[in-house]
Design a protein around this ligand. Sequence first.
Ligand SMILES: *Cc1c(COP(=O)(O)O)cnc(C)c1O
Length: 397
Amino acid sequence: MNTEEYMKQADQYIVHTYNRFPIVFERGEGVRLYDTDGKEYLDFAAGIAVQALGYSCTELKDALKDQIDKINHTSNLFYHVPLADAAKKIVESCGLSKVFFTNSGTEAIEGALKAARKYAWLKDGRTDHEIIAMKNSFHGRSMGALSVTGNAGYQDPFRPLISGIRFADYNSLDSVKALVNDRTCAIIMETVQGEGGIYPAEKEFLQGVRKICDEHDILLILDEIQCGMGRTGTLWAWQDYSVAPDIMTCAKAIGCGVPVGCFILNEKVAEHSLEPGDHGSTYGGNPFAARAVSTVFDIFEKKDIVGHVREIAPYFEQKLDGLTEKYDCLAERRGKGLMQGLVVQGRPAGEIVSAALEEGLVVITASGNVIRLVPPLVIEKSDIDEMAEKLGKAIEK
Ligand SMILES: *Cc1c(COP(=O)(O)O)cnc(C)c1O
C-alpha cells in the first residue's frame, strides 16, 4: 500500500477524534523521523514530550527485547523483577514514598484523585469533598481526569462530570484562596501547563499554594506528566520551586514510548489512603512497562540527560527568542528548559505547523495559538540551528 492508501484505510476504520496531519510515519532514528515516502523530518515534538531519549535508543530497545524473551506480563497478583527495580528508582528520584503504576497519564490522574478523596474520607468521613483544579489545565479525557481539566470545550458534551470540582485561575493565589473551604481535600495543577499553552507556574504561586495546603491539610497534586522527567532542567519540574507535592503524577517520558504512567504518594498519604481492594490495574506496571521505566532511569543517569537539558536549554531559548524578534507573527516565547511555546498572532499556529512539516520539521500546537516545542532531550546545538532555520522558512511561506 502507498501513503494515500494507508491514510484512507485508517480513516475508514478509526473513530474520528483526531484531525491527523497527512503523514504516515514508518521509523525513527535519534531525533529524526521517516515517512513511508522516505522523507526525513527533524522531530521537535517527540510524540508529545514522550521520546525523551530520541527514537530507536539501542540500550532501551535491547532491554525491551530481553524482557519480551523473559516475560512480558504476569498481573499484579504476583511480584516480578522489573517492578521492584522501577518502583525503587522512581520513588527515590523524587523523595516521595510509594508508587502505583498505570498505563497512561489519565489513569495516573484518576488514581491520584481517588487517593486524595480516600485520605480526606479517612480523616473526617465526609462524602462531599471538593478538589480545586486550574482553568486552562489539561489532565486527560476520562471522566475523572476530564472533570479536573479546565476546558469547557472538552467538558461540556460529557456532563455530568464528577462533582465537587472548583476552578481557580492558574498563577493567581487569591483565586485559589477564594475557593478553599473545609470540604477542600486537594489542589491539582500542572507544574508547567502544557496543552493549555505552555505556562510555567510562578514561584510565589506554587509556594503559596503549598502553604495553603500545609495550613489546611489539603493535598497538593502536581501533574508532571508532560513537564516531568528532565524536560524543564530538573528531573521533576517542582524541584526548581523549593516545594514538594503530596502526590505526583507521571507518564509520557517515563516509558519513552512504552505506555506507562504512575502516581506517587508521600509518606503521609501512602500511610493513610489506598488500601488493598481500593484500586487496581491488570496491566499497570507489568514487566514490559516496568522494564522500560527502569531502563529509562538507568539511561538518564548514565548519559546525564538532565545535565544536558540544563546545558542546552539556554541556546534553545536564545534561538527561539531570535525568531520572536525577527517575525512579527511571533508575539512571545514562554516556557522552561526544553518545553517551550511560541505565541502566534495574526494567523493560525496550525498553518505554521503544517508549513514546518513540509519543510521537514515536526512541531505541534498547544491551545490553538501556540507553537509547542517539546523535542527529545538529547538534541544537540546543530539540531536547534536546523529547527530555527526550518521554522523560519515555514513562517515565511
Ligand atoms: C498528556 C497529559 C495527560 C494525559 O496523559 P495520557 O497518557 O494521554 O493519558 C495528563 N496530564 C498532562 C499534563 C498531560 O500532558
